[in-house]
Design a protein around this ligand. Structure first.
Ligand code: HEC
Length: 432
């Protein structure tokens, strides 16, 4: 998997070098600013926890080298899928195309010229900090204040808050807002339900997350998720030190379907784990593969895919073992980064539709060698645990169960749409 990244990287460099003799070099004003406005500035502007603003040439220029490196390695924007494998369309895909990457690399290699400011696209504005993008919330749930120290390494902590509902409600949309974005790298909120079925992690099932550039979820029409009365919310917080002591509390906002309305498609979250006991042992200087399985007892549509590992996490693949004993690769993350909790949301037309009896298969790789950039200590023995220095292996899926009639209806709808010869649907593989 690492090899793929390297191959891509060098192919891109080659494209840049080859081009520099021919067509005019790209400029910031004409070629780079439009890419950054669309794919970077949402996170990289003043007041977020991203390390720098990239809104204009003066801000961007000092970072040119680092930008080239991060972009060529496909680490920025954060999107860690192997784009050449499995399902290609995701609703929240923020990655750059091969062409865009080549343009950025070529621009830096040509000395990162500014070009003519008259070529700049119109400036963009971001929504005010206090605006809820889901609209007016029906319920707000807040944690208490947390005090983050001025200097030092990042800090991970769980904060809890009770949901104050007197009856169960169907969620239409949800959003998370920290009071102090500067120090919050990300926050994942989990629901710990009063009567969760056996096999549910004690630490809860994921509801949604906040990270720079991502605030929450609005379910599609007629789709929702149940929030049970008596649920406790666990806010899994990742804080950055910012140079001075800072406070933060985090608020989760919900919008519900009207009382008495039950959405037709009901989203449930599952974690495929290494059962029975989440066993995981990653000896020093080793690479370990782990498999997990989940048999669908009903027809299902899979809406999202989210690998969950910690610092030694390296790669994770999800495949289906079909009723005819073939396998289908659904999604594969090949350069996992624990800093980022990315939930890959399948586009409507490609979300896997799987009949009852299909087995979902998770294949995970942990890399406890020094080749893993995120590894704090390759000589440490690592086992399963909640702390970041321990590790985990789970894949989280949002699923909707479908009865036979609905399942067949969706299948035939999809067949009708995809009357394109199958070969034409494949995107080209990596450059060689
Ligand atoms: C989803 C939010 C997000 C998006 C989109 C994003 N970044 Fe970042 N970027 C961050 C955060 C947060 C960090 C610091 C943490 C890390 O390195 O993972 C970062 C780090 C970086 C760094 C390393 C800075 C350093 O300290 O060395 C560079 C360079 C960078 N981003 C460039 C870009 C460029 C160029 C784009 C667009 C093509 C982009 N980023 C898109 C959030 C984002």
């Amino acid at each position: 998997m690492r090899l793929l990244t390297v191959v891509l990287g060098s192919a891109v460099v080659f494209a840049g070098d080859a081009g520099s003799g021919g067509a005019a070099a790209p400029t910031f004003s004409k070629d780079i600013a439009p890419i950054f406005q669309k794919s970077c500035d949402n996170c990289h502007h003043a007041g977020t926890s991203a390390p720098m603003s990239l809104m204009n040439y003066q801000e961007v220029r000092p970072w040119a080298r680092s930008i080239r490196e991060r972009v060529a390695r496909r680490e920025m924007p954060p999107w860690h899928l192997d784009k050449t494998a499995g399902i290609r369309q995701y609703k929240n895909d923020i990655s750059l195309s091969d062409d865009q990457i080549a343009t950025v690399v070529k621009w830096v290699d040509s000395g990162a010229p500014q070009g003519n400011p008259a070529d700049l696209p119109p400036a963009i504005k971001f929504a005010p900090e206090d605006e809820w993008f889901i609209g007016k919330p029906d319920l707000l749930v807040s944690t208490g204040d947390f005090k983050m120290y001025a200097k030092g390494s990042d800090w991970w902590i769980d904060q809890y808050a009770e949901v104050t509902l007197t009856e169960d409600r169907w969620i239409k949309a949800m959003e998370i807002k920290p009071s102090n974005r500067r120090i919050v790298h990300h926050c994942v909120v989990y629901a710990i339900e009063p009567d969760a079925p056996p096999g549910t992690p004690e630490s809860g099932v994921q509801l949604t997350e906040y990270a720079v550039g991502k605030y929450g979820d609005i379910f599609s029409e007629n789709t929702g998720r149940l929030l049970k009365k008596g649920t406790q919310l666990r806010f899994d917080m990742h804080y950055n030190a910012s140079g001075s002591e800072q406070l933060n509390h985090t608020t989760m906002a919900f919008k519900f379907y009207p009382l008495g309305v039950t959405p037709k498609y009901q989203v449930r979250s599952y974690a495929i784990r290494n059962l029975p006991n989440d066993e995981l042992e990653v000896p020093p200087n080793s690479i370990v593969r782990t498999d997990g399985y989940f048999r669908l007892t009903r027809n299902a549509r899979i809406d999202t895919f989210q690998p969950h590992m910690h610092m030694r996490g390296k790669a994770m693949t999800l495949e289906s073992i079909n009723l005819d004993n073939t396998t289908t690769l659904l999604s594969s993350v090949d350069h996992f980064d624990f800093n980022w909790h990315i939930n890959y949301v399948y586009a409507d037309d490609v979300a896997p539709l799987l009949p009852a009896g299909t087995v979902l298969h998770m294949i995970a790789v942990h890399d406890n060698t020094s080749a893993n950039r995120r590894n704090p200590d390759p000589n440490m023995w690592v086992g399963f645990g909640e702390r970041s220095v321990d590790d985990m292996v789970q894949v989280w899926l949002d699923m909707v169960y479908l009865d036979d009639a609905e399942f067949n209806r969706l299948l035939s709808e999809r067949k009708a749409k995809s009357r394109v010869p199958p070969r034409m649907q494949l995107s080209p593989g990596p450059p060689r």
